[in-house]
Write a protein that binds this ligand. Structure first.
Ligand code: ADE
Length: 251
């Protein structure tokens, strides 16, 4: 997958050299490119913002650098895919919710461009104009306001990257995650344990040592139902009610 990130803080993305994502980049699974928005400014101060029309607090990102940046980035796509069009992702608190289901869809795309806004946001014409040339999604990572789109982009890039084939050692671990499509779609994952079997007088639940895979699966599902009821009861009302069988009702 090819990912381009346009930002005024390219250094913000140093963590993308570490861990799973760093390895995926080295392995050629992920091609991440950073672009400094200021390289598309032409004044002495490399200005990217100005006061809002209509008044009000804060500053708005100017359309000209963004227009040039998106033209340049969208014209230089992955090799061998000449004429390809990226999907433009714009992190904003006023976007649609970024969910695991949306991450799954984005993981199937060959090329994403993230446009990181700062201040009060990007001039509204930029996305309007971009949308005439490429699919655009405004996405929010939660109902709170960050100082800019950079940390939201890190969250989304990490969430999408770990879904790419070859990035995680064990593909099954994705299927058992909280929110994973399928059995876990509207459930939270329960507790997990490793050795030693007794620690500070506390035992690992015996069923996990039983070797009975059916019993282990049943126990994990029960734990997921309990955890969801405790932390996020509203999730139990989501999805098809027939996803609960008789034994689920007994929990
Ligand atoms: N930029 C500022 N706040 C944000 C949020 N909650 N999600 C995505 N981008 C943002």
């Amino acid at each position: 997958m090819r990912i381009d990130i346009v930002t005024i803080f390219p250094d913000y993305f140093a963590p993308l050299e570490l861990s799973l994502i760093g390895k995926a980049r080295e392995a050629g699974i992920l091609d991440i490119r950073l672009h400094d928005l200021r390289s598309w400014t032409h004044d002495r101060h490399n200005t990217v913002d100005d006061t809002p029309y209509g008044g009000g607090p804060g500053m708005v990102m100017k359309p000209e650098p963004w227009g040039e940046a998106l033209d340049a980035v969208a014209a230089a796509g992955p090799e061998g895919r000449e004429g390809a069009v990226p999907r433009l992702i714009v992190p904003t608190p006023s976007g649609a919710p970024f969910t695991q289901a949306r991450a799954d869809r984005l993981a199937a795309e060959p090329w994403l461009v993230f446009a990181c806004g700062r201040y009060e946001g990007i001039d509204g014409r930029v996305l309007e104009e971009a949308a005439a040339r490429m699919p655009v999604e405004e996405l929010s990572i939660g109902d709170y306001v960050l100082a800019g789109g950079e940390s939201a982009t890190l969250v989304m890039v990490e969430t999408v990257s770990r879904l790419l084939p070859g990035v995680l050692g064990n593909r099954d671990s994705v299927d058992q995650d909280s929110f994973a499509p399928g059995e876990m779609e509207h459930l939270l994952e329960g507790p997990v344990y490793t050795k030693p079997a007794v620690w500070r007088g506390r035992e690992v639940p015996p069923v996990l040592l039983s070797g009975d895979h059916g019993a282990v699966d049943r126990w994990r599902r029960d734990q997921a139902l309990r955890k969801t009821a405790r932390m996020r009861p509203e999730l139990l009302g989501e999805g098809d009610p027939s996803r609960f069988d008789r034994r689920d009702q007994e929990v």
